[in-house]
Unconditional design. Structure first.
Length: 307
């Protein structure tokens, strides 16, 4: 007997949850319903799900009086903390957000940046739900349930084809989500600062020296090595940071900077991150100028003297 996909439905309206279950059955999918955030987390620990249907406005616990969008967003963060694997084009565990009210629309768009695959608006049509579920399963590499038992296959980015770095900026605990070649990683503040320094350096058209990155002296600097290690799950053995071995660092050629959420970076409240975010904002607002590219020849007047 062929095994079927298992979907977690997080919905505190029993009638709507029942409707979703019937739609999933028509797609040959089994489902389990949780009506609050805590119960959903319990189910996620107990079973291996192929997809999550998440209503934004849910209760936090079974005893909560009413649902709130904040609980749905918190559950999405919880899911991405535990299920952050990415295939290169989509998360291995797709989450479809269900939005019930007009005022939730902005919230729904916001959580898409936090790791949701798509948004289904209430009141929903059977066809719209079916298409969204099918597309999410296909995008995550789960064409059949047998594939759900296989680890996600992630293609290593090709530097020759170009790599885009972006900072959506949503926070998961004390980390910030960054995308490299469309794959996500959550960086601690120390590594985020280094990445921002490199981004600003590229915008300025010149490398950044390790003293400016936080090195205390002219000896070795482990910060860049730490950043490389944080990016390794996304890049494998590919190194996108060039070092001239005189203390200067910059992105390699064909590494470009995509959209960075200055607003969210400022919300972190760190002085260095805020300063670098404002520099980014200044570059975005400045009139475009001819780029000098990512030259691998470092200007001699920028080099620090060796002690």
């Amino acid at each position: 007997m062929t095994q079927r996909h298992l979907v977690l439905i997080v919905e505190d309206d029993a009638e709507i949850a029942g409707d979703l279950q019937q739609i999933l059955l028509s797609l040959d999918c089994d489902s389990i319903v949780a009506d609050n955030r805590k119960s959903a987390l319990v189910e996620l620990r107990k079973k291996s799900f192929c997809l999550v249907l998440l209503d934004l406005q849910i209760k936090d616990t079974v005893d909560s009086i009413k649902g709130h969008v904040a609980h749905g967003k918190a559950l999405l963060r919880n899911i991405r903390e535990k299920h952050g694997d990415h295939t290169g084009t989509a998360y291995w565990l797709p989450v479809l957000v269900v939005s019930g009210f007009a005022h939730e629309r902005d919230e729904a768009l916001d959580v898409m940046k936090g790791g949701a695959h798509d948004v289904i608006q209430k009141p929903f049509e059977t066809r719209a739900v079916s298409e969204a579920v099918t597309q999410a399963l296909q995008a995550s590499g789960r064409l059949s349930h047998e594939q759900c038992h296989e680890p996600p296959i992630a293609q290593v980015p090709n530097l020759k084809e170009g790599i885009v770095i972006a900072i959506p900026g949503d926070r998961i605990r004390n980390r910030t989500r960054v995308t490299v070649a469309s794959r996500s990683v959550n960086l601690p503040d120390a590594s985020l600062k280094l990445l921002l320094h490199l981004i600003v350096a590229q915008k300025n058209g010149r490398p950044v020296h390790k003293i400016d990155l936080g090195a205390k002296n002219e000896e070795g600097f482990k910060g860049i090595s730490n950043l490389r290690n944080e990016l390794r799950p996304l890049l494998g053995g590919l190194d996108i940071i060039h070092n001239d071995y005189h203390g200067h660092y910059q992105f390699k050629e064909n590494v470009t900077v995509g959209e960075c959420s200055v607003e969210r970076l400022l919300e972190i409240g760190d002085q260095t991150i805020s300063r670098l975010a404002k520099e980014l904002q200044h570059h975005e607002q400045a009139p475009p100028k001819k780029s000098e590219g990512n030259s691998r020849k470092f200007p001699t007047h920028r080099r620090r003297r060796q002690k």
